[in-house]
Design a protein around this ligand. Structure first.
Ligand code: ADP
Ligand code: MG
Length: 256
């Protein structure tokens, strides 16, 4: 098997006295989708924000291609190939698809003029590669569906050099059809073979459909991890419930 692109060892993140991550290990491989699962408050967002340079770890180590790294800012993480697509997508609905694609990284001519034709072409081509053919990228982002916006944000992260693509609940706010659209996009990114994908979700079915590897977090700790072959549906259900057995949950309700 290939070496992990990104590896995390014993990562701890405290907010004052509160331990949000209590020693997390994780390894993500190029060409694989790593589903990161866990209940609200499990520490999923804290983990990815630490990988993305938003938070600095209290202790523990992040490695990129085997070398220890420390990110002082999102810019550092981005330069190391960590591309993060947050739930709110950070898109401006009133601006064009192309302007959103290049936001802050516009291609400019010698006099500082924007090379709009070139940027429109690139935005169109990059989105087409992973599944949407938006013939007119001068349209406002507001005209795109939720799934298409995810694709735009993903295409942008890849074009600007993401080797680890972090997707924070990309399907959670979408209807069924749009969800499948996003899963198709993720599958195309995976098929390139050179990008490792961290896919945060609450959805067991999506994890099954697209995940090669799973890590389950509960209260800041890894309570289960393995490949899709190692973790069957029953085990998955148990881990999704934070490690509780159905019997435990029944007992808790029995005395009401
Ligand atoms: P998840 O994304 O799995 O729902 P989070 O990583 O957002 O979980 O949160 C994990 C825990 O850390 C929660 O109890 C949350 O309240 C706490 N937490 C997250 N961010 C902060 C912060 N900036 N300051 C204090 N506590 C935080
Ligand atoms: Mg979260």
């Amino acid at each position: 098997m290939a070496d992990p692109y990104l590896r995390v060892e014993n990562l701890v993140k405290q907010f004052g006295p509160f331990t949000a991550l209590g020693g997390v290990d994780l390894a993500v491989y190029p060409g694989e989708v790593h589903a990161l699962l866990g209940d609200n408050g499990a520490g999923k967002s804290t983990l990815i924000k630490t990988l993305a340079g938003v938070h600095q770890p209290t202790s523990g180590q992040i490695y990129i291609e085997g070398k220890p790294v420390s990110f002082r800012s999102p810019r550092d993480a981005s330069a190391a190939g960590i591309g993060t697509v947050y739930q709110d997508l950070a898109l401006n609905q009133l601006m064009s698809i192309t302007r959103n694609f290049f936001m802050g990284r516009e291609l400019k001519g010698p006099l500082g003029t924007l090379r709009m034709d070139e940027m429109n072409q690139i935005a169109h081509d990059e989105m087409l590669k992973i599944g949407i053919d938006f013939s007119d990228p001068t349209q406002a982002v507001g005209t795109m569906s939720g799934g298409q916006r995810q694709t735009l944000a993903i295409a942008r992260a890849i074009y600007f050099g993401a080797k680890v693509l972090i997707l924070d609940e990309p399907t959670s706010a979408l209807g069924q059809k749009q969800q499948m659209g996003v899963l198709k996009t993720v599958k195309r990114v995976k098929a390139r073979g050179d990008i490792a994908i961290i896919f945060i979700t609450h959805n067991e079915i999506h994890s099954r459909l697209i995940g090669d590897r799973y890590t389950f977090l509960a209260l800041g700790k890894v309570i289960g991890a393995g490949t899709s072959d190692q973790i069957g549906p029953e085990e998955m259900r148990r881990l999704m419930a934070g490690g509780a057995e159905m019997g435990d949950l029944e007992k808790e309700l029995a005395n009401v």
